[in-house]
Design a protein around this ligand. Structure first.
Ligand SMILES: [Zn+2]
Ligand SMILES: [Zn+2]
Length: 296
């Protein structure tokens, strides 16, 4: 908060970045401690305050915002993991009189004209821009004096072996990208400050990669092998999985709801043999599996 105030006072823009859309990532009962889950699949909805509902991140079901805890009927529900909508509200309360507060959760999808009008507005008054990490590119056009990573615990960004490298790369780039970067402040909020990949922000790029590569070597992850992702809608994915496991492949499940799985592969001859029947012309289904290869 102090850094934001200082930045605005100096006549520069501030970015608040958070990769969590909606109002809150979790609703929890303060009486019984249970988290409100999707009524259809038990997954976790992302809650929206104005629409008074939550869309399930696993199955897409729209759940009504509950008046009482579904387990114990208590009325005391609290918000955990605040999202962009509640963050924007907070920014309005704190800084609304000193600056323009702009909520841009879909910045990456905006067209050129919409972006230009943002740049023009940014030329008129100091602003706090609130959105996902796609907003970093604003640094190329506007004078950004502060980048605040509101929740830098990237494990929650996506469940993927590459998440750490991606998180590190993007936070690192926020230190250097665009105009007047050498006087820009970077603030990182984390539940585990100065641990893991964050140490490398001060120690540097090669420090990070030396450690990351040795960790990946120990876990047998790329670049020491290939990671093959197989996606297919419908009932055949589990069959592919058991065929692969039957041949001794290590199969990891892909992101939830994505209908994909990942396999560690060293050579291609064996996996070609296992997958061949699923590509047969007379094989009974609508579509072929899609394969993509990750070796970074
Ligand atoms: Zn309860
Ligand atoms: Zn669901």
């Amino acid at each position: 908060m102090d850094e934001t105030f200082r930045c605005l006072k100096g006549g520069r823009h501030a970015l608040w970045l958070l990769d969590r859309k909606g109002y809150a990532g979790e609703l929890r009962c303060t009486e019984c401690g249970r988290t409100v889950t999707c009524r259809k699949c038990g997954g976790r909805p992302r809650w929206h305050f104005e629409a008074a509902n939550g869309d399930c991140q696993s199955c897409g079901e729209i759940n009504a915002w509950p008046e009482v805890c579904p387990s114990c009927r208590s009325r005391l529900l609290e918000i955990r993991n605040p999202g962009l909508e509640s963050t924007c509200r907070r920014a309005q309360e704190l800084f609304g009189s000193n600056a323009t507060v702009s909520l841009l959760p879909e910045y990456a999808k905006l067209g050129k004209r919409a972006r230009n009008s943002i740049f023009a507005r940014g030329g008129e008054s100091v602003s706090i821009f609130i959105g996902t990490r796609a907003l970093i590119s604003l640094c190329r056009t506007l004078d950004v004096g502060l980048v605040g990573w509101l929740d830098a615990d990237i494990e929650s960004w996506k469940p993927d072996f590459g998440a750490k490298a991606e998180g590190y790369r993007i936070v690192w780039s926020s230190c250097w990208i665009g105009n007047n970067a050498d006087t820009r402040k970077i603030v990182i909020q984390s539940r585990k400050p100065k641990t893991g990949w964050q140490i490398a922000l001060e120690a540097g790029f090669s420090y990070f990669w030396t450690r990351e590569l040795s960790e990946r070597r120990n876990l047998g992850l790329p670049p020491t092998c290939f990671l093959l992702e197989i996606s297919l809608k419908g009932e055949f994915l589990p069959k592919i999985k058991s065929a692969l496991e039957g041949e001794g492949f290590e199969v990891l499940s892909g992101p939830p709801g994505n209908e994909s799985l990942q396999v560690k592969v060293n050579g291609f001859e064996k996996i070609r043999r296992v997958l061949a029947p699923f590509f047969a012309v007379n094989f009974n289904r609508q579509e072929y599996p899609r394969l993509s290869l990750d070796f970074e």
